[in-house]
Design a protein. Sequence first.
Length: 200
Amino acid sequence: MNTSSWKLKDVLLVAISSVLFGIIYLGCVYAGGFLFGILTPLGLGHVAYEPFYGIFFMAAPFASYVLRKPGAAVITEVMAAVLECLMGNFFGPIVILSGIVQGGAFEAIFAMKKYKKYDRQTMVMAAIVCSVVTLIYNFFVSGYNKIAAPVLILMLFVRLISAIIFDGILTPFLGDGLAKAGLLRGYALAENTNFNLEDE
């Protein structure tokens, strides 16, 4: 199977995923803002968005897990970020740059695996790499260099846990569930996987 060729159904899945995750991302932004108000009096306001980072990453691993094609991660993540911005994200266009970094981090791991390996170990590895890369990005671009080291370490820890749960575990579980239900027929996930999770 030629993993580099794109078909109309692949483009449609990217578009639908981008819209759905863009809406979810926007909801998480406002949920994080609410949590920020609660944690700020405790001096932990910066931690407020960290539990949601695993969700913010999900478009990239989901599209890649289903399509298994070069570019799926970064394209879907960036499109979701663009739509999130257009729908009213109060952080503005900077989230598009974040989408490039997030999608690019996942893309790098899947490329390293030659877009052929999407087992749980690979998904968790990609989630961890994305967490670290995005925190480094935030350190230089988002003013995280002004945050106290203990709080920054806590933020990384929470981000890692969130990413592992949502991207390393729940995303492939979601993809497998949709494929088993027959909703992903014709996609690489359904064609190349026997859904025997114990073998992964």
